[in-house]
Design a protein around this ligand. Structure first.
Ligand SMILES: C[S@@+](CC[C@H](N)C(=O)[O-])C[C@H]1O[C@@H](n2cnc3c(N)ncnc32)[C@H](O)[C@@H]1O
Length: 212
């Protein structure tokens, strides 16, 4: 479970943010998605690694015709999501994207999750196969592939923090019948930042559109 790689402070941050903050990445994702929606058409969206529902919170205040489903490997985060948004009871479920595919959706989003997986490109292939139109990912993507493990104080297990090259990420997406564009991450401006001593990463967005 993901929380084993985190500590109590992380769980508190997850709860505090859901109570009080709208996150920049959620607003950026929604700006992109709004620009892609066809007038008058409703659609379904899968949020992979949805945690406690930060994206759902931003989606809710925009009133877009988007039917939301959230998936996460960690029940503790989904419990927080359902506490703050009781209407999510039947719309969020536990899922390990490395083990099983989500149901089909028009749009798939995945933020800050792929870089922690053991087999991220298997997950990307699964997510693309279950996506009818738009795949929007936010991950560590730059010119160099990196793979390090971080042991957080108070966590019972270390967690993996990869970085993908733009070329390998593009190849994984294009091979599944999608065109891809990389976009600057609004929060970090895609500038290198130090997550922990010796672990420097660049955050980017990858927007995949299924070819006609
Ligand atoms: C760093 S958090 C990112 C949360 C949120 N998407 C965001 O960007 O703020 C990573 C999330 O991915 C989830 N996760 C990790 N591995 C997963 C897997 N194999 N399948 C589904 N969710 C996973 C974690 O439980 C956690 O909620």
């Amino acid at each position: 479970m993901f929380q084993a790689t985190q500590n109590d402070a992380y769980l508190e941050t997850v709860s505090r943010r859901i109570e009080g903050e709208y996150l920049t990445w959620c607003e950026q994702f929604l700006d992109i998605i709004s620009g892609q929606l066809e007038a008058g058409m409703s659609c379904t969206l899968n949020d992979i690694g949805c945690c406690a529902g930060q994206f759902y919170k931003s989606l809710k205040r925009r009133n877009l015709p988007v039917s939301y489903r959230g998936f996460d490997i960690e029940p503790a985060y989904l419990e927080i999501a359902c506490r703050y948004f009781p209407e999510l009871k039947d719309s969020v479920s536990t899922l390990d994207v490395e083990q099983s595919p989500p149901p089909q959706a028009d749009i798939t989003i995945v933020s800050a999750t792929l870089e922690h997986l053991n087999d991220p490109f298997l997950a990307v292939a699964r997510l693309l196969a279950s996506t009818n139109r738009i795949f929007l990912a936010r991950s560590f993507i730059d010119g160099t592939a990196l793979d390090q493990w971080l042991q957080k104080p108070g966590a019972s297990a270390p967690y993996r923090i990869r970085q993908f090259t733009q070329d390998e990420f593009a190849a994984a997406v294009e091979s599944q019948g999608f065109d891809i564009r990389f976009l600057e991450d609004r929060y970090t401006k895609s500038e290198p930042f130090e997550i922990a001593p010796g672990i420097v990463r660049v955050q980017r967005l990858a927007l995949g559109i299924r070819r006609a």
